[in-house]
Design a protein around this ligand. Structure first.
Ligand SMILES: Cc1cc2nc3c(=O)[nH]c(=O)nc-3n(C[C@H](O)[C@H](O)[C@H](O)COP(=O)(O)O)c2cc1C
Length: 477
């Protein structure tokens, strides 16, 4: 096989000293218990579980995958020491260049090691954890790709949507309104046809990073991944649906979602930190084929109270994408964008700009709060001056406290794009909305010349101090 796969990434992570192997943890409680603890702090190792009771040795589970910057860098093929701010710039360039390689169909691959169809299909052969104590069951798809083909254009979409295991040949998928998979599925159902679907549950992490971000409508995420790898992703077509999946995937299954075939799904503890969406009827996947490599590895990216495995890589991506979209909307002077992990990297955005005219900061705030990359589940958008480091919340809150007059620098906007996962969303099943706040915490343009001087040493004084007193100054200053 030409492409790098999950096992190559694991080897890179192990070499970097970022892998912990745990043997004997059972999947109903203990694997999830381990992952919850490891995930709470950035920089803890990825955890791989082997010798899972009830399953053959070698049937493994890996989780806590993208909770360290070096592991994200290894997935994207970047030097491990690349910083989060550099990652943001990397995503900006990636979206500007939009590198892409068509997928390449191949005749075979390790995914074909085990092919089960008809009555032999059994997804319960894969050790699948109940990830949190109050989940409604095991979820085989967290860091997964759900594959569907647009019946009109032939575009193949790969989206990361949670997939619950119910029975040996039955799973379900939960797609929020607006997500491409849901739009495609409905096109089949409106014609009275079943929707072909495939699920991939173990692959190179770069693929799931792309499945989980807002790649534009009509674009194929595997082609976008080819742009990162610098080579085409090799795919095989699933036998019943013809849907293309990477030939070196660990686990993949295919089947159909029939019109009106919904089953009770969830709950799953989610990236907002709550079980807000509870349990509901969601599309059922009737599985017809299961394939997996010898010694398969199920990959999980587990949502939970943030920061979590969704939020670390997502923040840098989202900052880069929002920054580009601000520029595309004609907003000059953007100096930084930060999506704080405590907000699941979605609920809270900070933009720093050099204000050039009255109304500039408000304009930036409004665009950031509603551009494609910024809109979903946004709640707070804060715009600060360029002397404020948007990643430093002491600075950001100081700006909010001292440069913002709520009379005309705070606005509440109603009816934004939200999700049932947002515990404060309103409206009904198919139309979840939230209200959101934009805070202009920049010195008002009309007062720029008269605003009080800042009571902190200038950079020039800092430099003079450093030149003369370096050994008496705090480390790293
Ligand atoms: C690990 C992970 C799990 C996710 N789970 C879901 C989910 O269950 N349902 C959903 O609608 N979006 C989920 N998302 C968000 C979508 O993947 C994301 O919005 C993506 O842009 C959707 O792809 P699409 O733009 O092709 O629809 C998840 C993202 C990640 C990274």
């Amino acid at each position: 096989m030409a492409n790098k796969d999950l096992r190559d990434w694991i080897a890179g992570v192990e070499k970097a000293g970022e892998l912990k192997i745990i043997k004997g943890a059972e999947p109903k409680e203990e694997i999830g218990g381990f992952v919850d603890i490891y995930m709470r702090k950035m920089g803890n190792p990825a955890v791989m579980f082997d010798e899972v009771p009830g399953f053959p040795k070698g049937h493994r589970v890996i989780a806590n995958i993208l909770t360290s910057v070096p592991r994200i860098n290894i997935a994207l093929g970047l030097p491990p020491e690349t910083t989060e701010i550099e990652l943001t710039q990397w995503w900006r360039k990636y979206f500007k260049d939009a590198p892409s390689q068509p997928t390449k169909a191949v005749n075979g691959g390790p995914l074909l090691d085990n092919v089960l169809s008809g009555k032999d299909v059994n997804i319960e052969k894969i050790p699948t954890p109940v990830w949190h104590e109050h989940d409604g069951g095991p979820f085989i798809g967290t860091a997964c790709l759900v594959v569907m083909k647009d019946p009109d254009s032939g575009w193949v979409n790969y989206g990361t949507y949670r997939v619950q295991s119910h029975k040996p040949d039955l799973a379900s998928v939960m797609m929020s309104p607006g997500k491409h998979g849901l739009i495609i599925m409905r096109k089949y159902h409106e014609r009275g046809q079943p929707c072909p679907v495939a699920v991939i549950a173990g692959m190179h992490p770069a693929l799931v990073m792309l499945g989980g971000i807002e790649i534009p409508y009509g674009k194929n995420e595997l082609e976008a991944a080819g742009g990162i790898f610098g080579e085409s992703v090799e795919v095989i077509n699933m036998p019943k649906t013809g849907l293309p999946v990477p030939a070196n995937s660990e686990i993949a299954f295919e089947g159909f979602i029939h019109p009106d075939d919904r089953i009770k799904e969830g709950p799953l503890g989610e990236w907002t930190g709550y079980y807000a969406s509870g349990s509901d009827l969601e599309p059922a996947i009737r599985i017809e084929t299961l394939m997996y490599r010898n010694d398969p590895i199920l990959m999980g990216a587990i949502p939970a109270v943030p920061p979590n495995d969704n939020t670390y890589y997502f923040g840098a991506y989202r900052c880069g994408a929002v920054w580009n979209q601000l520029e595309a909307a004609g907003i000059p002077g953007v100096k930084g964008v930060w999506a704080h992990e405590a907000g699941g990297s979605r609920f809270l955005l900070v933009i720093s700009i050099s204000t050039l005219y009255g109304g500039h900061s408000k304009q930036a705030a409004m665009v950031a709060a509603h551009c494609h990359a910024g809109a979903y589940c946004n709640r707070w958008t804060i715009v600060v001056d360029d002397d404020i480091d948007p990643t430093n919340f002491n600075d950001v809150i100081w700006a909010m406290c001292t440069r913002c007059d709520p009379r005309d620098q705070v606005d509440i906007i109603h009816g934004g794009w939200s999700s049932a996962l947002d515990p404060m969303c309103y409206d009904t099943e198919d139309d979840r909305r939230n209200s959101r706040v934009v805070i202009d915490a920049c010195v008002p343009f009309r007062r720029k010349k008269t605003f009080p001087k800042i009571a902190r040493s200038s950079k020039a004084l800092d430099d003079r101090m450093r030149a003369k007193w370096a050994k008496d100054l705090p480390k790293g200053f």
